[in-house]
Design a protein around this ligand. Structure first.
Ligand SMILES: Nc1ncnc2c1ncn2[C@@H]1O[C@H](COP(=O)(O)OP(=O)(O)OP(=O)(O)O)[C@@H](O)[C@H]1O
Ligand SMILES: [Mg+2]
Length: 293
């Protein structure tokens, strides 16, 4: 199983939207896909599960595992999204309760506590080919635990200079804490230190806008230099994985139906997400240096 985190410093960049649609397509393509909702807003769960299923849900597996530290079997917590076709470990609005504990664990260099999220997901490694981890916006110990849990990460960005600045901020943040984490872990192989950068995903793009094209070119340069600075260069990889248009109020219609946007309201968008999913899987492949799944 490979774990992919969706990370962005900036809120509303499109993490959850891309995650849901790429996960749905990977599942439709025959991969066994798990979504892990590590955002207390639990938007991924809200958009992919029926209201009844959400109501019946209490404490989530992630909160339990991060709070109690014991090795928890997440299997009983897994639900199936009826229309997206993936399994999901639902989010938990009280997940923030574990944040002070996790921040403290980070400060005292408690590697076991920081690795707890990875350990929880890896309990399911025989059942899934891919796990997509939805993270809350911004830097926090939860986001660090997510990047430590994942094998790779992607970062969506919107059509604004602030969003590009968010890409830079994520990279600077990782460069700031990674040496400390390496020291905490001691001598370990490269794999398992933190997720490798797999690329950016452009969101709300107007194809006929010259300004947007210029911005995406800038993002292409920025993502390539991010990969170099993070020492994550994937030879020959394309670092802009895809570009989604602005769907306007059609996203709301899809959310109300709890279905992917390409299922009914914007069928023409399927190809866009298919291409992005292919590039993501390509960047995550053994040919790019990832260990066999
Ligand atoms: N391409 C798009 N066209 C129209 N609306 C979009 C598009 N992408 C995202 N949205 C809407 O914008 C809002 C934010 O998107 P999304 O939840 O995917 O971002 P996020 O990065 O996960 O946000 P957060 O940081 O709060 O977790 C949502 O209401 C979503 O439906
Ligand atoms: Mg989100």
């Amino acid at each position: 199983m490979r774990i992919v985190a969706f990370l962005a410093h900036k809120g509303g960049a499109g993490k959850t939207t891309f995650l849901l649609h790429l996960a749905a397509l990977c599942a439709q393509g025959g991969l066994r896909v798990l979504v892990a909702d590590a955002d207390p807003q639990r938007n991924a769960s809200f958009h992919s599960l029926e209201i009844g299923a959400l109501r019946g849900q209490s404490e989530g597996a992630l909160r339990r595992a991060l709070r109690d530290g014991a090795d928890l079997d997440p299997t009983p917590f897994v639900m199936r999204s009826p229309h997206f076709g993936f399994d999901i470990l639902p989010g938990d609005t009280s997940l923030l309760e574990v944040l002070p504990r996790l921040e403290a664990a980070w400060s005292r260099g408690d590697a076991q506590a920081m690795l707890q999220m990875r350990r929880l997901l890896l309990r399911l490694h025989r059942s899934y080919d891919l796990a997509f981890l939805d993270l809350a916006p911004g830097p926090s110990a939860l986001a660090k635990a997510g990047l430590i849990a994942a094998d790779g990460f992607v970062t969506p960005f919107g059509m604004s200079m602030a969003s590009l600045d968010g890409l830079r901020a994520s990279k600077d943040w990782i460069l700031h804490w990674e040496p400390h984490w390496r020291k905490t872990l001691g001598a370990r192989p490269r794999g398992g230190v933190r997720a490798r950068f797999l690329g950016g995903l452009a969101n709300r793009v107007s194809v006929d806008s010259q300004a947007h094209r210029t911005l995406i070119e800038g993002a292409g340069r920025l993502t390539r230099s991010m990969a170099r600075e993070l020492d994550d260069h994937l030879p020959g990889a394309s670092y802009i994985l895809g570009a989604a248009p602005d769907f306007g109020p059609r996203t709301l219609a899809a959310q109300i139906a709890k279905r992917p946007i390409f299922a009914e309201v914007a069928p023409e968008s399927r190809d866009i997400f298919v291409r992005a999913a292919r590039r993501l899987l390509d960047n995550l492949s053994e040919e790019r240096g990832f260990a066999a799944a």
